[in-house]
Write a protein that binds this ligand. Structure first.
Ligand SMILES: *Cc1c(COP(=O)(O)O)cnc(C)c1O
Length: 337
């Protein structure tokens, strides 16, 4: 077994020892099975391959200074996956079984949980797919739920570095009454072309506007948007964005810091009024933004080359809870024994 170079981990796929699986057949979920294979036995007519019956989740486990492994808010991921399965008419995976599968996947791969000092963590990827064969357009009668894990590096290798976003009005990620609010692969496929163009032009992500009017801010690629202005934490309310668990946590922490929390439609023009702007999600917690470029209007909004003060405070507080350095008053973490 080769030693892992914890300091130089990126966010690529890497193989770990085991994954955990449960099959839905004849109307019930099987006991959790342990597999050491990276390959799935899959029928060529499985609905996940043809009609997009696929949902996923992403969460992390962290090794603290005390050596203990903490997993962050997994119940919220379990509930969100249930909303995704409802949205795509897939069999619902029970919350308790989801948590059991997360614990099992971490324990079985404990040697891949990075040491505290590395700033790295264990990324946990739950997946739910329609496996039943179907050629008519209707939901499958068989499903696979599984979890695999992999160690991932700290998002900001060179420290907490602000990046640039771009607005392109010719692309939408999701429709107002479509699948934007659930975590499904189709939304990601739909964002590849615009995301690729943004990256090729030096931007970290696309800042999508609402698909109906192109007036309001939706979200930044695979992360939620937030802004700080006049002691307010402001984040979009929209039917086409994914309810981020990181955002939910930051709203609570901002309120605890005495800020006013606003969840409301945000006009794109308001970008001119904000003191700090950021993207948030499990991967980075917060990605501070230094510039938003509106490519259609050839207009830019600037927020300073260094991360804003409030963004840094929120980031440190949330990371502190995840690594067990800060008190966890809401019971967001569970220690894996
Ligand atoms: C997963 C995801 C997020 C971030 O959610 P977290 O629960 O904070 O990781 C934001 N936007 C989209 C589109 C996502 O898929």
């Amino acid at each position: 077994m080769n030693a892992i170079d914890w300091k130089n981990l990126g966010f690529g796929y890497s193989k770990t020892d085991y994954n955990v699986r449960s099959w839905f057949r004849n109307g019930e979920w099987s006991e959790l099975e342990i597999s050491d294979s990276e390959i799935l036995p899959l029928h060529m007519a499985a609905t996940c391959l043809h009609y997009g019956q696929e949902a996923f989740e992403g969460l992390k486990a962290f090794r603290g200074q005390d050596g203990k492994i903490r997993v962050f808010r997994m119940e919220e991921n379990a509930l969100r996956m249930q909303r995704s399965s409802e949205g795509l008419m897939m069999a619902e995976f029970p919350v308790d079984k989801f948590k059991e599968a997360v614990r099992k996947a971490i324990k079985l791969n404990e040697r891949f949980v990075p040491p505290y000092e590395s700033g790295a963590s264990l990324y946990i990827r739950p997946l739910l797919i329609g496996t039943g064969a179907q050629i008519g357009v209707k939901p499958a009668d068989e499903y696979l739920f599984m979890i695999f894990v992999m160690p991932v590096g700290p998002y900001f290798k060179e420290g907490f570095k602000p990046t640039d976003l771009v607005i392109y009005r010719e692309y939408d990620r999701a429709a107002p009454l479509g699948t934007g609010k659930i975590k499904v692969g189709g939304n990601y496929a739909a964002s590849l072309v615009s995301g690729h163009r943004a990256h090729a032009n030096g931007f970290s992500a696309v800042l999508y506007l609402d698909a109906r009017e192109k007036k309001y801010i939706d979200e930044c690629g695979p992360a939620n948007f937030f802004a700080i202005s006049k002691n307010r934490y402001i984040t979009p309310k929209s039917s086409s964005i994914l309810p981020s668990i990181t955002n939910m946590s930051l709203r609570q922490l901002a309120a605890d810091m005495g800020m006013i929390v606003e969840e409301r439609p945000i006009l794109a023009e308001e970008l001119a009024d904000f003191e700090e702007v950021g993207a948030c999600g499990t991967a980075a917690v917060i990605s501070p933004i230094k510039r938003v470029y509106d490519a259609d209007l050839d207009k830019e909004y600037l927020y300073g080359k260094e991360p804003g003060k409030i963004s840094v405070q929120l980031y440190e507080k949330l990371r502190g809870i995840q690594y067990g350095k800060e008190p966890d008053p809401y019971g967001w973490t569970e220690i894996i024994e």
